[in-house]
Design a binder for this molecule. Structure first.
Ligand code: ATP
Length: 586
């Protein structure tokens, strides 16, 4: 992968590095190059590079970029969210040392936790969008602003505990506690992970910093650090994400003496777009230069001129015009600042544009199941071994084997190739999607000689997988019917027009971005307005607008639709920052 002089200097820096730079300046590209360099520099066959990302989607993107641009053994890199890291490398191997975990536990995933919290919120008279924080700091405290939110959090914990479950936030806290009690955990991890790379560091929570720094601070031979981020894009403050200064990073990673780098070019957007979104930067720095600076680009703002009931039609017309002019489905993204209006928008778009394919997590039959073992098996049986997916399939097979090895020792001799052979040999005549998957899972268990009755965790995931998939399919407006063909289409390489929240597409880029719901209450979110100093709302608003607008390579369409009303019946107003931005829109 080609690197600029600035990128090259950061990637090849001898010590530890922190890169802070604008969106589109190639931070993730540099991080990927550093991971590849890290793998080359590994001294021992057991060493690995650790790459921590914010979402599973971002981890997949890094793995794909590595596979496409470098020839490295995928097993030498562990890339994923810090939650998955804590589970796989700390909780699972050391659970027996924890008084709470050693009597057995399982993980409550997003689907289950959301269901419990929403029910408790309704019982306590909280609205669906009222924030309830469930994340711990390193002292084991969970901060909630309102008494009712605190009560929800406490009752939620009691319910989980009665089910012998822990959620992702607890998995971080238990991991940290285990590391505090047993310094050899951090030492072992630092012996394995001689390189630690962190993407989107501005969204890292206190406890996540604590876990990473513990590995660094307790180690005899320090891992090398490569950290990238952009404080202006810190949109996870609501769930405890915090950006650290260089001095704070140096204090957290003791004696790390981190070198600071910044990149000044923008490889993504036209200069007009760069100038447009740079106004939303809370922390102003040097203006970045667009490498496509000669191209103009489109920026349109539909301020209050579109009724919310006409919005889907207006957006569908824009999508159609873009497609007619030759833009690829994958290069169009429809974004809302919050999750709330996305589901209904997706359903309407699908009805209005029946020929167009959509990549809409809200309607995915597998939504909320990223961490389920059976989702990986599904990916293997529903995809073909060709093109971009060839190496991804080997990676997925290895992930399955890693999962199986702990409790099913006889699978230790199995290789990814053999496992793929087993799955590829599955055949069924059924056309019903979930039935096909069930038959395949049973076939695989049989072939691998695994009895679900003896593996309660896999059994629970098996049942949850089908419960959720069936409920998603029933609620998704016929986008993914319960057929083998429909489920296969979900995992095809090119998946279609993306409809997602700005949190869901962080770090991504699209030729055309269509944003809607740019209204006070969504940007910023009510929880950053109600009972908050004005500065909190303004910070959150500028960061979200910055992230949204900087996803666009060439065209940006912004909607602040009218007609939406709050629960109290008052009309939503256009985001104050957009209202005040006097810009010559097209
Ligand atoms: N040196 C380079 N030469 C050509 N293209 C580049 C270079 N560096 C980055 N790019 C391209 O620019 C785009 C943006 O890069 P990347 O996603 O790494 O930016 P980023 O700084 O991580 O953005 P964000 O902050 O939004 O996550 C990508 O398409 C990437 O391939």
């Amino acid at each position: 992968m080609k690197l600029s002089v600035e990128q090259h200097a950061a990637v090849n820096c001898n010590g530890n590095a922190y890169v802070t730079a604008c969106p589109g300046s190639g931070k993730t590209r540099a991080l990927t190059a550093r991971i590849a360099k890290g793998v080359k520099d590994l001294k021992h066959k057991n060493n690995k590079v650790l790459a921590v990302t914010f979402t599973n989607r971002a981890a997949d993107e890094i793995k794909t970029r590595l596979e496409e641009n470098y020839t490295i053994e995928s097993g030498r890199v562990w890339a994923g969210t810090i939650h998955s890291f804590a589970l796989e490398w700390i909780i699972k191997p050391y659970a027996s040392y924890s008084a709470t975990l050693n009597s057995g536990y399982s993980i409550a995933d997003e689907f289950e936790t959301r269901r419990i919290i929403n029910k408790l919120k309704a019982d306590k008279g909280l609205r669906i969008f009222d924030d309830v924080n469930t994340s711990f700091n390193r002292q084991g405290m969970v901060e909630n602003r309102s008494v009712r939110a605190k009560e929800v959090e406490q009752e939620y914990r009691q319910i989980l505990s009665s089910r012998k479950k822990i959620d992702f936030d607890q998995s971080l806290y238990f991991a940290f506690q285990l590391m505090e009690a047993l310094p050899e955990i951090a030492q072992t991890l630092s012996n394995i992970f001689t390189h630690i790379c962190v993407d989107e560091v501005q969204d890292t929570q206190d406890l996540q910093y604590a876990i990473l720094s513990k590995i660094f601070n307790e180690s005899h031979k320090k891992p090398s650090l490569f950290i990238v981020g952009d404080e202006n894009q810190a949109i996870y403050g609501g769930i405890g994400g915090k950006s650290l200064s260089l001095a704070e990073l140096n204090a957290e990673f003791m004696g790390s003496n981190i070198n600071l780098f910044t990149f000044s070019d923008n490889y993504r957007s036209t200069q007009r777009l760069v100038d447009y979104f740079s106004v939303f930067r809370g922390i102003q720095g040097g203006l970045s230069k667009a490498t496509h600076r000669n191209e103009h680009g489109t920026i349109s703002f539909f301020n209050q001129s579109v009724d919310k009931d006409r919005l889907a039609e207006a957006i569908s017309e824009l999508i159609q015009t873009e497609l007619n002019s030759g833009t690829n489905e994958n290069d169009i993204c429809v974004i809302a600042p919050q999750w709330a209006p996305i589901r209904s928008m997706t359903k309407k778009l699908i009805t209005l544009l029946p020929q167009v394919k959509f990549d809409a997590p809200a309607l995915s039959p597998f939504h909320g199941q990223q961490d389920n073992f059976w989702l990986i098996v599904s990916k293997l049986v529903l995809t073909e071994s060709s093109g971009r997916l060839l190496s991804a399939r080997v990676r997925w097979a290895n992930e399955l084997l890693n999962n199986l090895m702990e409790s099913h020792h006889h699978t230790r001799d199995l290789t990814a190739k053999k496992l793929l052979k087993v799955i590829n040999s599955f055949h069924s005549n059924t056309v019903v999607g979930t039935e096909y998957l069930k038959e395949c899972f049973e076939f695989m268990l049989d072939e691998l000689d695994i009895d679900l009755a003896h593996d309660l965790l896999l059994k629970e995931q098996f049942d949850l997988f089908f419960e959720k998939a069936t409920s998603n399919i029933e609620n998704n407006n016929g986008q993914y019917e319960d057929t083998v063909v429909a489920l296969k289409s979900f995992f095809k390489e090119s998946t279609g027009v993306v409809v997602n929240s700005c949190h869901g597409v962080k770090g991504e880029e699209y030729k055309t971005v269509i944003a809607f719901g740019l209204l006070k209450g969504f940007v910023p979110h009510w929880s950053d307005i109600i009972n908050q100093p004005a500065q909190v709302g303004q910070n959150s608003e500028s960061k979200m607008l910055y992230v949204i607008a900087s996803r666009a390579k060439e065209k940006l369409f912004l909607f602040a639709e009218y007609g939406r009303r709050t629960q109290g019946g008052n009309p939503y107003e256009t985001s104050a920052m957009l209202s005040a931005y006097n810009y010559p829109y097209d």
